[in-house]
Ligand binder design. Sequence first.
Ligand code: ZN
Length: 275
Amino acid sequence: MQYPIPNTCILTFDVEEWYHGAYPGYDYSMLNTDIVRVVPMMKSIVGILARNNATATFFVLGEVAQKHPEIVKMILDGGNEVASHGFHHLRAGILGEKGFADDLIHSKEILESISAKKINGFRAANFSISPQKTPWAFDTLKKLDFEYDSSIFPAIAYYGGSPKANRYIHNLAGIEEYPLSASSILGLRVAFSGGFYFRVMPKFFIWHGIKHYWKNNFPPVLYLHPKDIDSQTPSLPLGFIKNFTHKGLADKAFAKFEYFLKRCKFVSIEKWRAK
Ligand SMILES: [Zn+2]
């Protein structure tokens, strides 16, 4: 299979519920966690990908896979890739080295038992690993036989990010790294490739970012959460600004996603690696 540049974009999703973003100021006991949005959204997402001959890598949270194993099957039936987003959506710095390994093992076991496939890829909750802050995380990934990671956010971000990190696909501490794509404007790194940034950035800015990667002969790596493109994402018990970060413009984002789906060749990391 050919994945020509320009044209190819790597598409990824973090498969979690609408409340897993973990913004400061609330805990799950304050929410109605009986509201399930991830299942109907995943049906829409795998459906639209199949209709457009596209694939994606889905970093599935272990907790979500355990509760809704049908999601994992849905993903695989569409020729997409299942990867790990950890088990409990806790940041690596909070888990610590041992807790991080246990959470990772737990998620890998759940996903491998449901999918009957080896899980090769990982993305940390809130992009919370980096060689500076959690150097042990990359050793743990290698020990557990992960082949690639997609946790580096090479721009300023809500939880820190790594604005000086390499923003192209590279080898990092012995593992293939697929950083989330970011633009550089007057020396300042600005994310365009997913989540909140995908929702609020104008289409021309996202296009500009995508074309920059193509010009440098790399596919951009895009990331979304089901809640980012869901017009029914529930609010959090927080003020307007935090709720805007949580779901602002999500009601318009599905159409925006479709706009880029029609203009790029979206592929999973698995397919890109196998080319
Ligand atoms: Zn997440």
